[in-house]
Design a protein around this ligand. Sequence first.
Ligand code: CTP
Length: 401
Amino acid sequence: MSILTNKHILLGVTGSIAAYKSADLASKLTQAGAQVDVILTGAAQKFITPLTFQSVTGCRAYVDADLWGNEAHVLHVTLGKTADLIVIAPCTANTIAKLANGSADDLLSITSLAATCPMLIAPAMDGGMFDAPATQENLARIKSRGAVAVGPAQGHLASGLSGAGRMIEPAEIFGHIRIALGRGERLARKKVVVTAGGTQEALDPVRIITNHSSGRQGYALAQAALDAGAEVCLITTPTCLTPPVGARVVHVKSAEEMLSAVLNESADALIMAAAAADFRPKHVAKEKMKKRDGIPQIELESAPDILKTLSNVNADKSKYRAVIGFAAESKNLLENAREKLSSKKLDFIAANDISSTDAGFAVETNRVTLLFADGTRESLPLMSKSETAERIIEHISKLLE
Ligand code: CTP
């Protein structure tokens, strides 16, 4: 179950060259489990056909002629009333003007007027048209009624000019849709800090000691917290992943930097999903170590244990109300995890058997057992890291209730 499962999204497509990108958005939404009803304006059909959307959504795409068809008198009301969210992407200056004025002269504008659900628009037009006082005033009016506008982005425009006018990319709109749907969910008005990735401990300006953590579980947790309506801060080491839309990202490298970042924040919950180093080089060479100088002897020292340090600072829960850890173990999973649960003073810990090939580091799936401070436990089956994250977020929601 994702935030989009069984959600009803009404996707309005208007006359901009960015209309071709909306097919990708419709496809992403459908694959995520949403029912996507598409309405194309007349101008949108100059750029893309209803068939394109029908092919990716498996549902009928509507055009103005449908207003006068068999379902005539109720179509716009039905579409408007059953939608969880109206998304208009791309949204032209003309459509923004219609929405601002409550005009209802085509299926999309009539349906938008009849709908009572939240609305998200992704403006797309030439930069000059976007900056025009009329557009800005219209935009301000629809925003004051609760509509969310995302973008436009800066860049090359169809006119050959460059400026702010490009529709933001479908993946980014998709992220904003998740945020819009998450408002009012269980973690609304709550803040969650998530750490992710393997820390990097420098040997010299070129070399580092790190580990196999990909950051996937941490990024999935940040997304699941956003889906649940939380404000999210993602403290991450360098990874090849794209942070979820809406998360505030703090970049760190070493365990020391991660510790500072964790102590610098405060939130309802902290999820320490990062694989922080236990050891680091005692001396970091200022210059690159040269081969000709022979094989270096590297002396290690302890890196700070972030959770243990925090447990002293946070004894009164003034920084984080709930603290959740992970235990990466290759043997004696539950015994070791239970010891970490108590020594790091956690509310619960997700115990991870890293010896299996389908769970733990750098794979898409995970199999964890949650051990709670009250002695109870729950074993989750093998599932995607996103599903694992959703289950962990459910438990955090209960803890914070
Ligand atoms: N952790 C931490 N600071 C560290 C190392 C780990 O806060 N320097 C956190 C991890 O983010 C995780 C939990 O402690 O939430 C357990 O991490 P893990 O690597 O399993 O255990 P360690 O405490 O490092 O002990 P060991 O490596 O000996 O198993």
